[in-house]
Design a protein around this ligand. Sequence first.
Ligand code: ADP
Length: 487
Amino acid sequence: MSESLEFPCRLHIAGGWVNAASGRTLSILNPADHGEVASVPCGGADEASAAVAAATQALPGWRATPAPARGDCLRRLHDLLIAHREPLASLLTLEQGKPLPQARAEVDYAASFYLWYAEEARRICGFTIPHREAGKTAMVEYQPVGVIAAITPWNFPLAMGAKKIAAALAAGCTAVWKPSEETPLMALATAWLAARAGLPAGVLNVVFGDAAAIGERWMEEAAVLALSFTGSTRTGLLLLRQAAATLKRVQLELGGNAPFIVLEDADLDLASEDFMKLKFLVSGQVCVTANRLLVQRRIEEEFTHRLTERLRALRIGPGLEEGVEVGPLINEAGVKKVESLVEDACRSGARLLYSADLPPALDRSCFYPPTLLAGVNQNQRIAREEIFGPVVAMQAFASEEEALTRANDTEYGLAAYVYSRDVERATELARRIEAGIVGVNDPRPLRAEVPFGGIKMSGFGREGGREGLMEFLECRVIGVRRAPRAK
Ligand code: ADP
């Protein structure tokens, strides 16, 4: 049975639902037709500070709550997310645009982080170190960092928050969370359900509106001890510079440029099916998506044939429509950016092998047709920047060494994929790729229990797994002398 969602469309601070002091509002638009889904307050620096004050006040109580009780609260939040899967998924599709089955999958994926960290909270264990002097012991303990700030993007509005918030709350931290202004409703829904799960007021606060003013204020506040950010490399670098002044702990998950390598001995049915699953998830607007498709020359023709067949079968439309697999892009600027990358590639030698016909009823400023380009080269913008759209940018390579050189020829290092029937060979190649996560015959290696994050300009720090929890824990040592010196 699905339950309804009745959260107020306002900022969530200290357990209350508030408007912005400025009285300004923002319209949340449906990416499929640009119609208004909701009107929400547009917060700024004042609301950012109020949220930090609330989180600071709630910190002593939450950090003193026994870890198993914190875990129980996260488990109840998991259960409530699952119980509200249908209304959450519909709203997620309305504000983000992704097809409904993908929205349902995101609810489950987000919930899995609350469950996993509910369990992990119980296992925040310290240890003792035998001292070299008799009678002395060093006790190592893990304590919550304090108030943390989370800033998240619009492609997975529920799950990106879950990765950060679940780990932070499990650790005993309190949080201020700024979701993207494109998609703030999932954060509000999370806060509303969290209150129903028994989370005390002020432990989780949600503010959005003037992103630059909120971010700057949080980075200035000495009470904010850590930042967990997912978004563009440009914004990540700015926040890193701002965070330096008060020496915050920073974890950054930034852009990617993942290669998807198909070796000549790959199972081409599996590789093409998995490639489509990965590439067309959220219409290609995913940081770990296959940005570059590298196919060994001997199988290029065969692989292209299989891909084109699959592309032709894709159903494009508004995400709430039955059977739709490819939804709109997040906004008009997103569509324009993809258009410009494809035009640039075609002007500089790429071949347009396929471009879907958009159904006439669709608004062309919202949708980009699934497209296949061949003959892409490494110097084109489409091979260097994140496409963030339903465009396959394929290049052929002759040898495994050439594939490796090209895979690593990018400033990013987030994800990569290798397909081959020879798992040992593929795994060896995977080890030489500069990326935080590599899928070998696996398009979706990310899970709540798996540490995920990038290297190079894709950032540092990890989300998920034990490592994701450690981002929000400080190690403290208490050295004890048990036997006082005889007088
Ligand atoms: P994208 O291009 O994917 O939208 P952004 O880095 O612009 O990536 O956005 C990711 C998150 O960062 C969003 O929540 C956005 O509002 C926020 N953001 C953007 N600019 C700033 C800024 N100057 N300070 C703080 N947060 C920002």
